[in-house]
Unconditional design. Structure first.
Ligand SMILES: [Zn+2]
Length: 241
């Protein structure tokens, strides 16, 4: 196992505050590009169990129901996200379609000497209050490790839309209007460290909760935030009878 990964994972397991990347912040990097189509990539499509689905990506999902871009309705929220992204993830690019800010894309290398991941963060049609979704586009971890025939081998921390599950929304680790998209990329970076470790050992070292909807329904109170990240009360979202 990569020594840097081992060290970071030990810190996570002990519950220590860990720092990743320069200055304690993961830096986007392009020095080790990877793409699953590259023949030398260890997760080349030939090794896939099943071809990944197409999810429509941000282009279909970010138009709000009334067709007014979220960033036009919430200009302050957009400015804060933009300032934080420029400061903390300067190598990420903004995605725009006309006036609509769709999201951000760029690469992260959470552990030096290991994989670089190409990531997209996009604002869903119900943002806010729903949280931005973070997807790993390359290597296609969702296609490789979640869409598997054998359920017990599936990656334990994805939403079914392909977004990563990096925290439990009801615990309020991130809140709309307070948290930024850059905060979610911090969570994503930690998630990726967890993923690299899980891939080698089968052990998920971050705090986690059973994803079984029946279990989630049994522990959530009606007014808790829903587990799906909509930031609506559970009783008016996935807990609707
Ligand atoms: Zn829900």
């Amino acid at each position: 196992m990569n020594e840097n990964l081992r060290e970071i994972a030990e810190g996570i397991k002990k519950g220590e505050e860990i720092t990743i990347g320069e200055g304690g912040r993961i830096k986007a990097t392009h020095d080790k590009p990877v793409h699953p189509q590259h023949p030398e990539h260890p997760e080349h499509p030939e090794k896939r169990i099943k071809a990944p689905r197409s999810f429509g990506g941000p282009f279909l999902l970010t138009a709000s129901i009334d067709c007014i871009p979220w960033n036009v309705k919430n200009p302050e929220m957009y400015i804060i996200d933009k300032i934080e992204m420029r400061k903390r993830y300067p190598e990420f690019w903004e995605m725009k379609a006309g006036d609509l800010v769709q999201g951000w894309h760029g690469s992260l290398q959470p552990v030096s000497g290991m994989d670089c991941f190409y990531i997209m963060a996009y604002y869903p049609f119900n943002f806010p209050p729903a949280m931005p979704r973070i997807k790993i586009l390359a290597p296609d971890i969702f296609g490789i490790y979640y869409l598997m025939r054998e359920p017990s081998k599936r990656h334990p921390h994805f939403y079914s839309d392909g977004a990563i599950c990096s925290f439990f929304p009801p615990d309020k680790s991130w809140l709309p209007g307070i948290g930024t998209v850059a905060d979610l990329l911090d969570f994503a970076s930690l998630w990726l460290v967890g993923h690299l470790y899980w891939k080698e050992t089968g052990e998920w070292i971050q705090p986690s909760i059973d994803h079984n909807p029946e279990f989630l329904k049994s522990i959530l109170k009606p007014n808790d935030y829903c587990y799906c990240g909509s930031f609506k009360p559970f009783k008016r979202c996935c807990g609707k009878k």
